[in-house]
Design a protein around this ligand. Structure first.
Ligand SMILES: C[S@@+](CC[C@H](N)C(=O)[O-])C[C@H]1O[C@@H](n2cnc3c(N)ncnc32)[C@H](O)[C@@H]1O
Length: 488
C-alpha cells in the first residue's frame, strides 16, 4: 500500500489512520500515484482535506472534510477525518475511538475541562469531531471523573519514584518491554543493583524534602531477584526515600514468587502488589510461555493474602491467541472467586520487539467484534466485583485500537498509574530504560530524561546516567519560571 501527500506534510497523521485500519500491513510514501495495489492520496487545499483512494491506478473513492480554521491542530484533525471516512467506506469498519489514536484519551477530556467546557460539549466534540463511539465516550468521561480525586491533590511538593528491575525468568510471547532473563544475566544482577543504588542515592538527595506520593517498582518482574537481592533492594528503598503513601511492587509472574519474598515485601512496607495471571486458561499460559499454571497462580495469590497483602492487583490480557468469549468468561469467573482489589484489563498489542510480532501470521488473532464482546464481558465482571474504571491508556498496534483499563474497588486506585498517564506530576525514575518526567502542569510542559536501555550500558555508564540527571535537573530549574520548582 502507498500514500501520497499533497499540500501538507502531516505524514504521522496519515500513517496513524492507515495503521488503524490496516494493522500489520506494510505501507510506504510515494511522490505520485502508484499503479500497484492500493494507493491513498491525502490533499490539503483551500481549507479542505481530501482523501482519494486508487486501486492499481484507478480512482475508486473520495472523502473530504472542511477545516473550521487555519490552526495546525484543526488541519491535522480534518486530514484524519477525511482518511477515516474513506477507509471506513472501503473496509466497512468503524473504530471505537474514531480518529483518537493517542495514548491518553482522558487527557483530551481534562484539557477541554480546563478550557472551561462542560460535559455535554465535551461529549458532542468527541462524537462529532473525533467519531468516538457512545460507549467509549461514557468510559472516558467516567475514568476522567474517577481520576479527579488523585489529580486534584497534586501540588509542587509531591513527586513519585519509579525503580526499574528489567529482569524476568523468561520472555512472554507478547512482551516487548526491556527485560533480560535472570538465567543469562545471573552474573550481572548484583552489579546492576549496585549501579541502581548509586542512582537512587543521587535522586534521593534531590527530593529529600518532597512528599513521595508513590514508589513503583516495576519491570520486568522485580520478584525474579533472589530473596537476598530483593531484601537489599527493599532496605535501600527504605533508606533513601521518605515513606510513600503508596508503595507498589510488580510481583508479576507467579513462578518468581516465594513465601519469603512475599514476607519481605510486607515487612518493608509494600502496600500493593501485582500478581498477574494474564489469563486463567492453562492452554494459553503454556502457549504464551509463562511457565506457570492457573493453580500455581491461585496458590500464590492465596499465599499473599495469608501473609497479609491487602491490595493485590491482577493483570489480564484480552485477545491472546485462540482465546474468545468463553475463555474471557472463565478468566473473570475465576478471578471473581479470588476477589482482587484491582484488575488491569489489557487488550493484546502486537508490538515490535515481541516474539508475537515475528510469528503474527502463524496465529489466528482475535477479530474486532469478538474483542468488543470480550471487553464488554470484562466491564460487566468489574461491575459485579464493585469495581470502577479508574485509569486507562491506549497503545499503538492494538487489534481494533482498543484500550487498556484499570478497574478497582472503592479507594483502591493506584495513584501512580493515574499520574503516569496524565503527566501533571513529576516522576523520578531510576534503572535501565527508565525515563524521568519533570512536569509543570501550569504550562502543560513535560521534560524527559532518559536512561540507557541495556543492562551492560547502564552498569558501565552509571556515572553518565547520573550526570545526565544532574544536567537535566539544573537545566529544568534554570529555565524561565521554574526557579526552585522542585528542590529549593
Ligand atoms: C510491564 S508489564 C509487567 C508484567 C510482569 N512482568 C508479568 O509478566 O506479569 C505490565 C503488563 O502489561 C501487559 N502487557 C505486556 N505486554 C502486552 C502486550 N503486548 N499487549 C497487551 N498487554 C501487554 C501485561 O498484562 C503485563 O502484566
Amino acid at each position: 500500500m502507498y500514500y501520497v501527500l499533497k499540500g501538507h506534510m502531516f505524514e504521522d497523521e496519515v500513517q496513524s489512520m492507515i495503521q488503524l485500519f490496516f494493522i500489520n500491513k506494510s505501507f510506504s510514501v510515494s511522490e505520485c500515484i502508484v499503479n500497484d495495489g492500493m494507493c491513498v492520496v491525502s490533499t490539503y487545499k483551500d481549507n479542505c482535506c481530501i482523501a482519494d483512494i486508487y486501486d492499481n491506478g484507478v480512482f475508486c473513492f473520495s472523502e473530504r472534510e472542511k477545516t473550521h480554521n487555519d490552526d495546525i491542530k484543526e488541519i491535522k484533525r480534518c486530514i484524519k477525518i477525511s482518511l477515516y471516512k474513506v477507509f471506513k467506506n472501503i473496509t466497512g469498519f468503524e473504530m471505537p475511538w474514531g480518529i483518537l489514536t493517542g495514548v491518553r484519551p482522558c487527557k483530551r477530556v481534562h484539557d477541554m475541562q480546563k478550557e472551561g467546557h462542560k460535559s455535554d460539549f465535551i461529549k458532542k466534540t468527541l462524537k462529532e469531531g473525533y467519531f468516538v463511539s457512545d460507549k467509549k465516550i461514557s468510559l472516558v468521561m467516567e475514568v476522567a471523573e474517577n481520576e479527579k480525586k488523585v489529580l486534584s491533590e497534586n501540588n509542587k511538593n509531591k513527586v513519585s519514584v519509579y525503580i526499574g528491575i528489567p529482569f524476568c525468568v523468561s520472555k512472554c510471547l507478547y512482551c516487548s518491554f526491556t527485560s533480560y532473563t535472570v538465567g543469562q544475566y545471573k552474573n550481572k544482577i548484583d552489579d546492576y543493583l549496585k549501579a541502581l543504588y548509586k542512582e537512587m542515592e543521587f535522586v534521593s538527595k534531590y527530593i529529600k524534602n518532597k512528599e513521595i506520593e508513590s514508589i513503583y517498582v516495576g519491570g520486568g518482574t522485580p520478584t525474579s531477584l533472589s530473596e537476598i537481592q530483593l531484601e537489599n533492594l527493599m532496605k535501600n528503598i527504605n533508606l533513601f526515600f521518605n515513606k510513600p503513601k503508596e508503595f507498589t511492587v510488580e510481583a508479576g509472574r507467579p513462578d518468581t514468587i516465594t513465601k519469603d519474598k512475599l514476607k519481605i515485601l510486607k515487612e518493608y512496607g509494600v502496600l500493593r502488589i501485582s500478581i498477574n495471571p494474564q489469563t486463567m486458561n492453562d492452554k494459553t499460559l503454556e502457549l504464551i510461555g509463562r511457565n506457570h499454571t492457573v493453580k500455581q497462580f491461585i496458590d500464590i495469590f492465596e499465599m499473599a493474602r495469608s501473609i497479609g497483602h491487602k491490595h493485590i492487583n491482577t493483570d489480564v490480557i484480552l485477545g491472546l491467541p485462540y482465546e474468545g468469549e468463553n475463555e474471557t468468561v472463565n478468566t473473570f469467573k475465576q478471578l471473581e472467586k479470588l476477589s482482587p482489589e484491582s484488575i488491569t484489563v489489557h487488550t493484546l498489542a502486537v508490538k515490535r520487539g515481541s516474539r508475537l510480532k515475528e510469528v503474527f501470521n502463524n496465529y489466528k488473532m482475535t477479530d474486532y467484534s469478538t474483542m468488543e464482546k470480550m471487553i464488554d464481558i470484562s466491564s460487566r465482571y468489574a461491575e459485579k466485583l464493585k469495581m470502577k474504571p479508574y485509569y486507562m491508556y491506549k497503545q499503538k498496534n492494538m487489534v481494533g485500537n482498543f484500550e487498556n483499563v484499570g478497574y478497582c474497588k472503592d479507594n483502591c486506585q493506584c495513584a501512580y498509574n493515574i499520574q503516569i498517564m496524565e503527566e501533571r506530576h513529576s516522576v523520578f525514575a531510576v534503572g535501565a530504560g527508565a525515563s524521568t518526567k519533570l512536569c509543570i502542569p501550569e504550562e502543560n510542559r513535560v521534560e524527559r530524561i532518559f536512561n540507557v536501555k541495556s543492562v551492560e550500558d547502564y552498569i558501565n555508564r552509571i556515572d553518565e546516567m547520573i550526570s545526565r540527571k544532574a544536567d537535566g535537573f539544573s537545566e529544568f530549574e534554570s529555565s524561565e519560571g521554574n526557579k526552585g520548582y522542585f528542590w529549593r
